[in-house]
Design a protein around this ligand. Structure first.
Ligand SMILES: Nc1ncnc2c1ncn2[C@@H]1O[C@H](COP(=O)(O)OP(=O)(O)O)[C@@H](O)[C@H]1O
Ligand SMILES: [Mg+2]
Length: 225
């Protein structure tokens, strides 16, 4: 196994009301390729801060993030944007689908934003919705779907441009445990069948059994268990 993402002495501080909040303190982690990694820890422990740095959405105060062997923290804004668009798919807690569009149109729209030619969009969008088990619901709009189904549309949208990595911040946060577990099982399938690397945050202990690797944060530090 080889690491697809690796951090070196990662620190991130925020200034807030004249105070310095050290959200991450010297984090050294490795994410293995084609694995499902979960970042866990209670609220405020630094999960979102860390996953945003892994996904090149934010820059550290100190330290480095490597994607394969390329230091992404040293890249220009434009290069980081390019990396995100090509190699990373994002899934968030609140789903943010476009309510006027069907599931299929939502995924197609994502592909348009990613610069995929019109003639290829429909087929790929259908493929991805099939992959997440929504073949039959493809023409439904978000309000005609359950929370779990909507999250699966969001996952299909994140997958559509064939990213190497999916970054998911609390993807099960607004779902009940049963539906949340279905989303995590879908992630497992994507890792095994599609060879995608998935990193997700959660504060739900029942999810972590399905992970290949669990990283626990406490007050901005990685704790070994
Ligand atoms: N933009 C910000 N400005 C100030 N403080 C922040 C900011 N983002 C996060 N923090 C602080 O950093 C710490 C870690 O936050 P976060 O990474 O969101 O934790 P988690 O996702 O584990 O709940 C918290 O103390 C939080 O208040
Ligand atoms: Mg968070």
């Amino acid at each position: 196994m080889s690491a697809i993402i690796r951090t070196q002495d990662l620190c991130r501080s925020f200034q807030s009301g004249g105070e310095t909040i050290r959200a991450l303190k010297n984090v050294n982690i490795e994410i293995q390729e084609k694995s499902l990694t979960m970042l866990k820890g209670r609220s405020g422990s630094g999960k979102t801060t860390l996953i945003n740095l892994l996904g090149a959405l934010d820059r550290p105060t100190k330290g480095k993030v490597f994607f394969h062997d390329r230091e992404i923290t040293a890249l220009s804004e434009r290069k980081r944007d390019e990396l995100r668009r090509r190699d990373i798919g994002f899934v968030f807690q609140s789903v943010a689908l476009i309510s006027m569009m069907s599931a299929l149109e939502n995924v197609e729209f994502g592909l348009r934003v990613a610069g995929v030619p019109a003639k290829d969009r429909k087929k790929r969008a259908e493929e991805c919705l099939t992959l997440v088990g929504l073949y039959k619901r493809m023409h439904h709009r978000p309000h005609e779907m359950s929370g779990g189904e909507q999250q699966r549309v969001a996952i299909a949208r994140a997958l559509a441009h064939k990213p190497k990595v999916i970054i998911a911040d609390e993807p099960t946060g607004e779902l009940d445990t049963h539906t949340g577990l279905q989303v995590v099982k879908l992630f497992r399938n994507l890792v095994e069948r599609e060879g995608i690397t998935i990193i997700m945050t959660t504060h739900d202990p029942s999810m972590v059994e399905l992970a290949d690797n669990v990283i626990t944060l406490d007050d901005g530090e990685v704790v070994n268990e």
